[in-house]
Design a protein around this ligand. Structure first.
Ligand code: NAG
Ligand code: NAG
Ligand code: NAG
Ligand code: NAG
Ligand code: NAG
Length: 947
């Protein structure tokens, strides 16, 4: 107020006006005032104070002046009551409201009780003038009896817990009802036919329920005045009936996330010429669809079709479609776009107002269309991932600025060249940037440091080189996910001045980072996953690592780290995945380590000594224990049986001695057991067959999910807004979700590299006892391991004959019994082992005839050498003298570097490692606050209906 006296004058004047109203006794009716005071007391907080302090009987003020009350100008009856969110939805006390409290308000037109945690009305609400009733965000579990509200135009029952259709038919007597909102409830089954009698309806939402049946059942086609129809996030099924084409007033149609099938007949859309927003996403449509159907539509702004069924063909060119309106949102994920030319839709050239463009996984084969960003300076989301884009960024930063761009994803293409050097300046609002899986080179531009909102950056699987720029590590303070795997980056991991305090995932595997672990990591105390494997990091693990106490996965394998594991590791509370393999670590793991959550422990290829750490007997969640190639001694502990979840027990390449304890047979879930190259001796326990070796996988590994899957989406702003009563399609939040890609794992078996699809891995199983001093006969029970893939008993002192039960090893691919003292014949039934592709019995004392059928025809003499009495019956020859197999010149057992059996184990292991790693990450992220956050992000999608 410039002049205080003017203000005083105004105040006085208003006071006079009030007085006149009050004195003229034209204020609200006595009865209404009394009713309001009763209501006020009902809404009192538990501590006795009122949330409606202005509703005060002591003061003579007109109740029309009370907060949240509005009266009719002429007759001063209360006509509107906004009691929204008084007893907060989140508060613990919920209550019932006796509807008769509202009866004195006969002129009431508008009643809003949303967000109150009210459980229900006890009486029938009977307000003859009521036009608007908002009961959303309460706790109703059924539809209140409202059939007497003959004047009602708007009924909002969204966000309750309604789960029955009772009283729904009663509502159909409300002939004036124009807006009906049941979004976010628990309604299930089919929509009652009665729906068809709401003929005045213009706006209808059943989004987020569990409705099923087809659209015909629901009688939706009868609602000829509908302008907005929201049926998304239900379980509706069947085809889209062609009668939908009769709803010619429709402006918004949201059918996403249902089970609709069939083709999308263009006839439907060719009559809906007022459509502004159409979402067909997350259904199971098939066949082809031509955008030409929208030829006469002059309003379309938003179109979404992310199909689950990636066979759907979508065509914008033949005949060509040129929208008469400017498109703002266009998403076509997972369809086949414009086959066979695979061109970008040509209408895009004419768009200037695009906010969201998602053409990911549509098979587009083009040069990277940087012009999209230049033409559409308001773009918020651009996703072109998983196509066949080539060329490089020709984005000229001085030309334009994309101030609003939040997400840019061009991953999984064939983009080359370097990143635009001023990307951080021209796209300052980026929160998600994904350029992984291309062949981009050069350094990370220092201007990236300007991206203070950046949450997720994925540049993995490219040819990036150079060091992480200081500006970048200092500036990106919001970064939570940093994925730079598989590049040629160098220098220190995170320099001391780094400021990535929100970082949760740091993936730098397979680069050329050097130096000691840098204190810069300490500035990222929220780290959950630290993966620095396959670099050239030196020195010891510093004591301060314990300050990163939230870590759930630590992967430092394949570096030059040394020394003992520091005690401070024990401060890490919920370590689930620890991989220190292929370094030069010494001593043993600290006895104070928190192993309760530990699921994956990889320590192989170090210089750890001592016994198998006793501490691990408490690690009951352990799935993988890999301590191969260390200097462990002592025996295999009896407590091993307490690791009942163990799948991979790998202790090969140590100096373990003694016999295999029978407790090991209790590890029923083990599918890979490697005890090779130790000094184990004595007889094999006959119970080994109790270990299932993969026959019944109890542990379902979810393989092949991109880690992004489990970092829930980052809400990326509301991208699209137009006038919508129900806010359907508004406040769209874009989750950053990469479609599920099956991880392919290089897996070597049968001495050759094969590409196994991830989910096959859980069935790979093997037992390797080679290079020990086991004696006695091979227990015939081993032949019961009918699901085992690899069995290696070579280089021991086994005696006796090959058990005939071996013919039961139906899945076996590699069987090595060489370098033992076996005698007798090779059981002829082994020809039944159809998958057998590596077989050796060399250097034993076997005799008799070599099986000569099936697989056995493919094994050469190396499989049999060193068995002077073994003979091979070649074409026509008799099996006696000449064809016996001579020992080859070098009869010394040579442990070759690339012994195929070793390879099998190594590769099996790597494969399992990858599976395990992925699984572990999934498990962490599912079990912890991530799932909560996921829920939150879902919750955040709830659209509150506000008048
Ligand atoms: C009474 O409870 C309400 C709601 O919990 C709170 O906002 C208010 O401050 C409390 N008043 C007093 C005096 O404690
Ligand atoms: C609601 O209020 C009316 C009038 O005061 C009363 O007759 C009725 O019993 C009340 N209903 C319940 C369930 O308390
Ligand atoms: C409604 O749609 C159906 C099916 O497309 C059609 O047969 C019928 O004539 C339409 N009704 C009107 C009044 O247009
Ligand atoms: C557009 O309208 C014209 C004239 O009514 C009609 O001939 C044409 O078939 C319509 N186009 C589409 C795609 O429905
Ligand atoms: C968009 O960019 C392309 C390529 O530079 C250009 O041909 C086209 O005219 C632009 N469109 C608009 C609407 O500016």
């Amino acid at each position: 107020m410039a002049n205080p006296c003017l203000f005083c004058l105004w105040l006085m004047l208003s006071f006079v006006v009030l007085q006149v109203q009050g004195d003229g006794s034209v204020g609200c009716e006595v009865e209404e005032r009394r009713a309001l005071l009763r209501l006020r007391d009902v809404f009192k907080y538990l501590n006795g104070t009122t949330p409606l302090p202005s509703w005060d009987e002591e003061k003579e003020t007109d109740c029309c002046m009370w907060e949240r009350v509005k009266c009719d100008q002429s007759n001063h009856h209360v006509t509107q009551l906004y009691l929204r969110g008084i007893r907060l939805w989140s508060s613990s006390d919920d209550f019932f409201l006796n509807a008769s409290l509202f009866l004195p308000f006969r002129e009431l037109q508008n009643l809003s009780l949303d967000s109150n945690k009210i459980r229900g009305f006890h009486e029938v609400l009977n307000l003859s003038k009521l036009q608007v009733l908002d009961l959303s965000f309460n706790w109703f579990d059924e539809i209140p009896s409202l059939g007497l509200l003959r004047s009602l135009r708007i009924l909002n029952m969204g966000d309750n817990s309604i789960n029955t259709w009772s009283h729904f038919e009663e509502l159909t007597t409300l002939k004036h009802l124009e807006l009906l909102n049941f979004a976010f409830n628990y309604l299930s089954g089919k929509v009652p036919n009665a729906l068809g009698s709401f003929t005045a309806l213009k706006f209808l939402s059943f989004e987020y329920n569990n409705l099923n049946g087809s659209l015909i059942d629901g009688g939706f086609c009868k609602l000829r005045n509908l302008q907005e129809l929201g049926l998304g996030f239900n379980t509706f099924e069947g085809r889209i009936p062609s009668c939908i084409g009769n709803l010619t007033s429709l402006r918004t149609l949201d059918l996403q996330s249902n089970y609709f099938t069939g083709t999308l007949p263009s006839a439907i859309f060719s009559t809906l010429n007022l459509l502004e927003y159409l979402s067909l996403s997350f259904n199971y449509f098939e066949g082809s669809f031509s955008f030409n159907s929208f030829g006469n539509n002059s309003k379309l702004e938003g179109f979404e079709l992310e199909n689950f069924n990636n066979t759907m063909m979508v065509n914008t060119e033949n005949p060509p479609w040129m929208p008469q309106s400017q498109i703002k949102i266009f998403r076509l994920l997972n369809c086949k776009l414009n086959e066979p030319s695979e061109n970008l839709p040509s209408f895009l050239l004419k768009q200037r107002e695009l906010l969201v463009l998602d053409l990911s996984h549509t098979g587009v084969r083009e040069i990277l269309p940087s012009w999209l960003l230049i033409n559409n300076s308001n773009m918020k989301v651009l996703n072109l991932a998983g196509n066949l884009l080539t060329g490089s960024f020709t984005y000229n930063n001085h030309q334009t600025k994309n101030e609003y761009l939040r997400m840019l994803d061009v991953s999984m293409n064939q983009i080359q060249g370097v990143l635009p050097h001023s990307i951080g300046v021209s796209c300052p609002s980026l929160t998600v940037l994904n350029m992984s899986m291309n062949t981009i080179q050069g350094g990370i531009p220092p201007s990236m440091g300007e991206l203070t909102d950046l949450i997720s950056l994925d540049l993995s699987n490219n040819n990036f080189s150079g060091e992480l720029p200081h500006e970048f590590v200092k500036g990106c303070i919001s970064l939570q996910i940093l994925k730079l795997e598989n590049n040629n980056l160098q220098g220190r991991v995170l320099p001391a001045n780094s400021n990535m305090s929100s970082l949760e995932y740091l993936g730098l595997t397979n680069n050329r980072f050097t130096g000691e672990l840098s204190r810069g990591l300490l500035n990222s105390k929220s780290l959950l996953v630290l993966d620095l494997s396959n670099n050239s990091i030196t020195g010891k693990i510093p004591n301060w690592i314990g300050y990163l106490s939230n870590l759930k996965a630590i992967v430092l394998s394949h570096n030059f780290l040394q020394g003992p594991i520091p005690m401070s590791f024990c401060k890490v509370k919920e370590l689930g995945f620890l991989d220190l393999s292929k370094n030069k670590f010494t001593k043993t793991i600290p006895a104070c380590l928190n192993v309760l959550s530990l699921r994956y422990l990889h320590l192989h290829g170090n210089e750890f000594t001592g016994f198998v750490p006793k501490l691990l007997s408490e690690a009951s969640a352990l799935v993988t224990l890999d301590m191969r190639n260390n200097n462990l001694f002592g025996s295999i502990p009896n407590w091993i049986s307490s690791l009942s979840n163990l799948r991979f027990l790998l202790l090969g390449g140590n100096q373990l001695e003694g016999s295999i304890p029978s407790q090991l047979c209790d590890l029923k879930n083990v599918s890979m057991l490697d005890l090779s190259s130790n000094n184990l001796s004595s007889f094999l326990p006959s119970c080994l067959h109790k270990v299932l070796f993969g026959s019944k996988p109890t542990f379902d590994v979810m393989v092949g999910l991109n880690i992004y899957e489990w970092f829930p989406g980052y809400p990326l702003i509301s991208t699209y807004s137009y006038e919508s009563q129900l806010q359907i399609g508004q406040s769209l939040e874009y989750d950053y979700d990469v479609p599920v890609e099956e991880e392919e794992v290089e897996f070597v078996t049968k001495s050759r590299s094969e590409l196994y699809k991830g989910n096959v891995l859980k069935y790979m199983s093997g037992l390797d006892l080679s290079f020990n001093n086991f004696t006695g006969p091979i227990p015939h029970e081993i032949g019961y391991l009918s699901d085992i893939h690899t069995l290696n008993l070579s280089h021991n002192h086994f005696i006796g004959s090959i058990p005939t039960t071996f013919s039961n090893l139906k899945q076996i691919e590699c069987l090595d019994l060489s370098h033992n003292r076996l005698n007798g014949q090779i059981p002829q039934d082994l020809i039944e082992l159809h998958f057998l592709s590596i077989f050796s019995v060399a250097f034993n004392n076997l005799s008799g005839r070599i099986p000569d059928k099936n697989q056995f025809l493919t094994f050469d003499n190396n499989s049999y050498e060193g068995n002077p009495l073994l003979c091979r019956q070649l074409l026509g020859e008799s099996c006696n003298s000449s064809s016996s197999i001579e020992p080859s010149s070098s009869s010394e057992p040579i442990i070759e570097e690339n012994d195929p059996f070793k390879d099998t184990f190594v590769w099996s292991f790597i494969a399992s490692y990858i599976v395990a790693f992925i699984a572990s990450v999934i498990i962490f992220l599912c079990c912890t606050d991530y799932s909560e956050r996921l829920l939150m992000s879902v919750r955040a999608k709830f659209v509150v209906f506000i008048f």
